[in-house]
Write a protein that binds this ligand. Structure first.
Ligand code: HEM
Length: 481
């Protein structure tokens, strides 16, 4: 196995027996972000580098043109991520992120209209409720005090749990009131970053046959039962009582009934209750941590860059004056806040590496190098975002990098927080909308800054598959006067 790249004359990183180049990751000594970053930096003159994800050969891409080739032009050779769904034993894993080939294509085609701008606009009132709960919470956390040290990862996790719970599951979670709801607890268990969980996930991705033989589970059975029961009860309740609500569940139920709603194309895929449960589940899994870490990284940076914070706040007030409230149209006008969010995801892309797997024999364009089906491809988003070649002064937080003039200068396929091509994040617009709403609600009323107890430096969590701070993000919050 370890001769794979040598035989092909591809530069590669020397692997360790059994663990390949992932020993440090699996033993939680380093984060996946740091591991890929170190490989990316060790080969400054190469377009791609061979590596081994445990025993599986993988190609780490260093050249934007090749990124385009893989994500877009030659997508037909790289349709899957190499993650696995086991519909029979673990129906909750049969979701958009994991599904492969034709099944993924049909589902994506059916589900895409659910995220259209018209549908998102109709969902907006549900988001508004969550954002007003956010400011009630901050208000009570501040109480009589002028300022208070807040753990922003926790605050924003509550906000995004409420947002996604409301639109994906049709439930009011009240995460700001309850200490920890069953839902939050289940979510936390799914995202468990302990070593045993990391090892199980690694076996699932890199040794799917072994995973199956050992009858391992992606997560405990009660989690499966919990999410399925929540969806079943919601669907039953809505059908029985003819309840209509502008949320994802409603739209997915419409697909189940095969309602000929505008934009929804017919294909052979049957939308069952189990399919709905898996999608609602993945909207939560894919949307919750990504959005909440982005919001907390953003507030951490705003606490360090007070000029940026003031500029963002002035814009929010101006837009509020123009529209009378922070409605859907107002959020569309928040151009500077959008730049702030784009810069946050440049510095801290939640998904640090995009995964693809070669699905049919492929020759790297312009070479004679052949790649076999099953070979993994890793696109190191974090490393592109931190490469001086593409982003001058990458460690400085500077939203101006995304003003109209500078945005045009960004080299294509070097800025990829939501991925690209047919498998680009389906929740992109929804995520931007929710994050803008949470941030503008917050910044309108509160200021963030630093003191000796606030987080000074960020260390990434080695057990997390997304770019997350290891010890939370504390900032000082105070009321605006
Ligand atoms: C800041 C927030 C978010 C970020 C940074 C983010 C990022 C990403 C990235 C990088 C991918 C992989 C794209 C690729 O492989 O090319 C992805 C896929 C996906 N995301 Fe997001 N995401 C966010 C929020 C959301 C939300 C809110 C939802 C749902 C409500 C969502 C649902 C999905 C789904 C279903 C996929 C799989 C798409 C497919 O394979 O067809 N994401 N996301």
């Amino acid at each position: 196995t370890f001769g794979y790249w040598k035989q092909r004359n591809v530069p590669f990183v020397s692997p360790k027996p059994l663990f390949g180049n992932y020993y440090e990751v699996v033993s939680l000594k380093t984060s996946p972000v740091a591991c890929h970053e170190s490989i990316y930096r060790s080969f400054p003159n190469d377009k791609y580098v061979g590596m081994f994800q445990l025993r599986k050969p993988a190609l780490l891409i260093r050249c934007p043109e090749m990124v385009k080739q893989i994500l877009v032009k030659d997508f037909n050779y790289f349709t899957d991520r190499g993650f696995h769904a086991d519909e029979d034993r673990e129906p909750l894993t049969a979701h958009l992120v994991n599904l492969q080939g034709e099944k993924w294509r049909m589902l994506r085609q059916k589900i895409s209209p659910v995220f259209s701008s018209g549908k998102l606009k109709a969902m907006f009132p549900l988001l508004e409720t969550c954002s007003s709960q956010l400011s009630h919470y901050i208000e009570s956390a501040l109480g009589e005090h002028d300022s208070s040290l807040l753990e922003m990862r926790d605050v924003m996790a509550r906000f995004t749990t409420d947002v996604i719970g409301s639109v994906a599951f049709g439930l009011q979670f009240n995460s700001f009131v309850e200490k920890e709801s069953d839902f939050q607890m289940m979510g936390r268990r799914v995202l468990d970053s302990s070593q045993s969980s990391v090892i199980t996930k690694a076996i699932r991705v890199f040794f799917p046959e072994l995973f199956h033989i050992l009858r391992l589970r992606t997560f405990p059975e009660e989690i499966q039962t919990f999410f399925q029961t929540v969806i079943r009860d919601t669907i039953e309740n809505r059908e029985k009582n003819s309840i209509q609500r502008n949320d994802f569940i409603q739209l997915l139920m419409q697909l189940k009934k095969n309602d000929p709603d505008e934009g929804i194309e017919a294909n052979d895929l049957e939308i069952t209750e189990s399919v709905i449960a898996a999608q609602a589940f993945v909207f939560f899994m894919a949307g919750y941590e990504t959005s909440s870490t982005t919001l907390s990284f953003c507030l951490y940076e705003l606490a360090r860059n007070l000029d940026v914070q003031e500029k963002a706040c002035i814009e929010i007030k101006k837009v509020l004056d123009k529209h009378g409230k922070l409605n859907h149209e107002a959020l569309m006008d928040l151009e500077y806040l959008e730049m702030v969010l784009l810069e946050t995801m440049r510095k801290y892309p939640p998904v640090a590496v995009l995964a693809r797997i070669c699905t049919k024999p492929y020759i790297i364009p312009g070479t004679k190098i052949s790649i076999d089906p099953g070979t993994a491809v890793a696109i190191p988003v974090y490393s592109f975002h931190h490469d001086h070649k593409y982003f001058p002064d990458p460690e400085t937080f500077n939203p101006e990098g995304f003003n109209k003039e500078n945005q045009e200068k960004i080299v294509n396929y070097t800025y990829l927080p939501f991925g690209d091509g047919p498998r680009v994040c389906i929740g992109l617009r929804f995520a931007m909308l929710g994050m803008k709403l949470g941030l503008s609600e917050f910044l309108l009323k509160y200021k963030v800054s630093r003191n000796a107890q606030s987080t000074q430096n960020i260390e990434f969590d080695p057990g997390s598959f997304i770019t997350a701070p290891r010890h939370g993000l504390k900032v000082l919050a105070e009321r605006r006067t």
